[in-house]
Design a protein around this ligand. Structure first.
Ligand code: FES
Length: 72
């Protein structure tokens, strides 16, 4: 598999979630893969009723945070 296919982008959205672009394994505390997902958002405001996933609650809870981009 080429380097390009393994690349994952993590974007901290302004006043919002952590957006993941790419294929990643979600693991439990022991490192066991419990799910493989691509292109999804993690909650960073703490208000989601479906943690760790973003459910859009950041839009109404008053959460503020800067935009950011981290790539690997
Ligand atoms: S960041 Fe979207 S619900 Fe928390």
């Amino acid at each position: 598999m080429s380097d390009q296919l393994n690349r994952v982008q993590i974007r901290l959205k302004e006043n919002g979630s952590i957006r993941i672009k790419g294929i990643v394994d979600i693991v439990d505390a022991d490192g066991n893969v419990i799910e493989t997902k691509s292109d999804f958002s993690l909650c960073r405001c703490g208000a989601s009723q479906d943690k760790p996933w973003c459910d859009g609650a950041h839009k109404s809870c008053g959460f503020t945070a800067p935009e950011g981009v981290v790539t690997k």
